[in-house]
Design a protein around this ligand. Structure first.
Ligand SMILES: Nc1ncnc2c1ncn2[C@@H]1O[C@H](COP(=O)(O)OP(=O)(O)OP(=O)(O)O)[C@@H](O)[C@H]1O
Ligand SMILES: [Mg+2]
Length: 255
């Protein structure tokens, strides 16, 4: 059997006496776009935190290309190509859009060992060029000198995506990338995410509440309910699953 890009096996996460994740097992294969769906409070963001290294699982293992990374930090996982965006965008509010992306690009150059000193000036130029290019890919050209605090919600989410991409991830985890967007912005964001993932060969794990986005982007769907992964399969399999229809989509959702 070929090895999964990322796999989580028997993950448990407790907050004190509260069992938030219960025996969650899932995999991400190369090129796959795995959408985790489930009601509010099901544990989706918590699962992201465990996969990205922000939280240590109470029990269970996380394997990156077969290597056990369960006890490693988020930084280690970023270096191994795991990038993440957040349900509520985390950007440096006082800094311009361009500088925000440059900070992320700079961080990557630092851990890739770009040497300081005489090389510093050309390294800085490279970082700024890279940041400008990413903003352009995301359609934020006109806003590059705008402080992040002045950006609209949708633009801030796109900026955060640019920052995640500056880390050149092989796996990107997006926590509700279109939350709070207008239908027009949402359609544009889906198109953009689809194109960027394809162009850069990035595998994706995402959460979403918008079912249109789920079915447009997902190649595999898993359903979390009260911290348990109850169903996993192709979008069609999950759509047809009676338990899913009842617990999550609502009885008439796709009738
Ligand atoms: N730091 C914490 N301490 C205690 N309980 C927490 C903590 N963070 C989250 N929880 C609880 O864990 C459960 C799962 O939360 P989580 O944020 O992972 O859900 P979610 O599926 O992402 O929900 P949403 O769809 O609303 O984003 C919830 O019951 C939440 O109240
Ligand atoms: Mg969440």
């Amino acid at each position: 059997m070929s090895q999964s890009l990322l796999s989580a096996e028997g993950i448990h996460l407790n907050y004190g006496p509260i069992k938030v994740l219960k025996d969650v097992t899932l995999t991400l294969e190369e090129g796959e776009r795995h959408v985790i769906i489930g009601p509010n409070g099901a544990g989706k963001t918590t699962l992201f935190k465990v996969l990205s290294g922000e939280l240590r699982p109470t029990a269970g293992q996380i394997l990156l290309e077969g290597d056990d990374v369960s006890r490693t930090t988020g930084f280690h996982r970023v270096r191994r190509g795991v990038g993440r965006s957040f349900q509520v965008a985390r950007v440096f509010l006082e800094m311009t859009a361009l500088d925000n992306v440059a900070v992320a690009a700079e961080a990557r150059h630092a851990y890739e060992g770009v040497r300081p000193g005489l090389w510093r000036i050309s390294a800085t130029r490279r970082v700024m060029d890279e940041a400008a290019e990413l903003l352009s890919v995301l359609g934020l050209d006109a806003l590059r000198d705008t402080p992040a605090s002045m950006l609209s919600h949708g633009d801030r989410k796109r900026l955060e995506l640019a920052m995640s991409l500056a880390l050149r991830p092989r796996i990107l985890m997006l926590d509700e990338p279109t939350a709070g967007m207008s239908p027009t912005d949402r359609a544009a964001a889906v198109h953009l995410i689809d194109r960027i993932m394809r162009d850069n060969g990035i595998s994706l794990i995402l959460t979403e509440h918008d079912m249109g986005v789920v079915f447009q982007l997902g190649t595999r769907l898993s359903v979390l309910n009260y911290g348990e992964l109850v169903v996993s399969g192709t979008p069609e399999e999950v759509r047809q699953n009676p338990m899913v229809r009842e617990i999550y989509l609502g009885r008439n959702a796709y009738a």
